[in-house]
Ligand binder design. Structure first.
Ligand code: DX5
Ligand code: ZN
Length: 225
């Protein structure tokens, strides 16, 4: 049974002065909202803290797919869960005991993901795969929206899907970076079931049309629709 396809617009490319309105506009057609958290250390950019998530939680019922590009997820990931994030994803190489952090976040009731940068092999997170709800495969270097999609990461997606088939894992496979109507199809064909799109949605005047076009291209790329 194929997983439902999920589109998670990244609010990184939205107008931060009008976040609630920007989210309300896409809410009728998308499944999740992707919240990019950057600390100025793991990546050279600063974005959103738990207080923003706490306020946004009251403005929408979309699940928050919170992507922590930070060096201290052990301190801050629980704060994002407490603020209302249904799912938190961190880059596990920054923590001494990522499995313990996954367990702690699960105990708080959150779904938990781990993310791998373009240069990271799947083997880097293989021992975590039985324990996660989401594998986020970065298809750009983390840090900024609006970069070009890196198709060379797609074999890793296929490898992860094969690992899941062989080992009975339940995690979703998400792709993040440079996704739009031109690139989502190849990602879905490779095995992605969840896709982030920032500039391809919030960088266009008609966000609904952009989101619908990405979802249509994704469904068209899957034999089962
Ligand atoms: C990059 C972020 C992405 C980014 C995607 O570090 O993790 O989520 O916002 O933006 P686009 O879709 O514009 O590449
Ligand atoms: Zn992201």
């Amino acid at each position: 049974m194929p997983r439902d396809l999920i589109l998670a617009p990244s609010i990184l490319s939205a107008d931060f002065a009008r976040l609630a309105d920007e989210i309300a506009e896409v809410e009728p057609v998308v499944q999740w909202l992707h919240v990019d958290v950057m600390d100025g250390h793991y990546v050279p950019n600063l974005t959103i803290g738990p207080a923003v998530v706490e306020h946004l939680r009251k403005a929408t019922s979309l699940p928050f797919d919170t992507h922590l590009m930070i060096t201290d997820p052990r301190t801050y990931a629980p704060q994002f869960v407490a603020a209302g994030s249904e799912s938190v994803t961190f880059h596990p190489e920054v923590d001494d005991d990522p499995l313990d952090l996954i367990d702690r976040l699960h105990e708080m009731g959150a779904d938990v993901g781990v993310s791998i940068k373009p240069a990271h092999p799947l083997s880097m997170v293989e021992e975590l795969l039985p324990h996660i709800d989401l594998l986020l495969v970065m298809s750009v270097e983390p840090g900024f929206g609006g970069q070009s999609f890196m198709p060379e990461v797609l074999p890793k997606v296929t490898e992860a899907a094969a690992w899941r088939d062989a080992n009975g894992g339940t995690f979703r496979i998400e792709i993040d970076g440079g996704i739009g109507v031109e690139t989502v199809g190849q990602a879905v064909a490779a095995g992605v079931d969840t896709f982030v799109a920032g500039s391809a949605i919030f960088g266009t005047p008609d966000r609904i049309a952009a989101a619908e076009a990405i979802l249509a291209a994704a469904h068209a790329a899957r034999p089962s629709g």
